[in-house]
Design a protein around this ligand. Structure first.
Ligand code: CO
Length: 296
């Protein structure tokens, strides 16, 4: 059956290529199709953290062999930092404008954010605007971030249970550090924690900039009498927040706060994008976005 599908796909591909060539011969540029994928992350300026993005790119290129893959970072601060080192990364708007200029007609934009917060909604709005502009881009689709649906919460929760260090015992806590936001999508962190704690009472999800914060997490840990904690970032890359706010030696870091409360902390500095089971959730959203390019 699989072979038949592959053969059928190959025939379709040949037909598609012929159609493209014919359109070219007749100078009918309107019919030509040039597909692209734009991966959009918050960004990172830490080269060690970049391996998480390399992992995503490998998976995406393996899944979509015939489609060009481009990157953009939403964080202005990170793009400026990189530019000062001579590394240029475009914003999503710049990247889409460049793709427009390069004659791309169909672009699937994949958000590599964790939740659909402010940055995701800005990306969605601006990406959609490119569809309305005059120029070669006819269709733009945007894939959901990591936690987009209830199915994602379930998949991510299972993935987390799998990547918790094996040496961690059931009576030891795992505290995940999400970024957090004032945007209502912040509730996804708590939804994930609810799901995780149905399966393992000693797993918690806190945030740096939203709720629950480290104080609330500390209360929960103390109520359960937990005195050893594995600290893990719940962000695509183990960047600045993970190394400083989570595992740093500063007085406000989660490690310092919990150590000060008498708990032993074991930080694990690995971003979620380094785990294949998490990356596949983003890749599945991208598959939907690429499929939707065909819809009128
Ligand atoms: Co931040």
């Amino acid at each position: 059956m699989k072979r038949i599908i592959v053969a059928f796909a190959a025939v379709l591909l040949v037909m598609f290529n012929c159609a493209q060539t014919r359109a070219g011969h007749h100078g009918d540029a309107e019919k030509a199709v040039k597909k692209g994928i734009l991966l959009v992350a918050f960004g990172t300026s830490m080269p060690e953290a970049g391996r998480a993005f390399d992992n995503i790119e490998r998976k995406v290129k393996a899944e979509f062999e015939d489609i060009d893959v481009r990157w953009a970072y939403t964080s202005h601060i990170i793009r400026e930092k990189l530019a000062s080192r001579g590394e240029e990364v475009l914003s999503p708007e710049e990247a889409l404008a460049w793709m427009m200029d390069q004659g791309y007609t169909h672009v699937a934009v994949q958000s590599l954010h964790t939740i659909a917060g402010r940055e995701f909604h800005e990306l969605l709005k601006n990406a959609n605007a490119f569809e309305d502009m005059a120029g070669p881009i006819r269709k733009v689709t945007v894939g959901l971030p990591l936690l987009g649906t209830h199915k994602d919460i379930e998949a991510v929760s299972s993935a987390i249970l799998d990547f918790i260090p094996e040496k961690r015992k059931k009576d030891e806590a795992v505290v995940l550090m999400g970024h957090g936001t004032r945007h209502p999508a912040n509730a996804f962190y708590t939804a994930l924690m609810f799901n995780l704690r149905q399966k393992d009472r000693n797993i918690f999800v806190g945030t740096v900039e939203g709720r629950p914060d480290i104080g609330e997490i500390q209360n929960m840990l103390e109520k359960r009498g937990l005195n050893k904690v594995y600290l893990m970032p719940f962000m695509s890359v183990a960047g600045d927040h993970a190394s400083n706010d989570m595992a740093g030696d500063g007085a406000d870091s989660w490690k310092s706060v919990l150590t000060g409360a008498g708990m032993e902390c074991v930080p694990v500095l690995k971003g979620t994008a380094e785990y294949d089971s998490i990356v596949s959730v983003w890749v599945n959203h991208l598959k939907t976005a690429v499929t939707n390019l065909e819809k009128e």
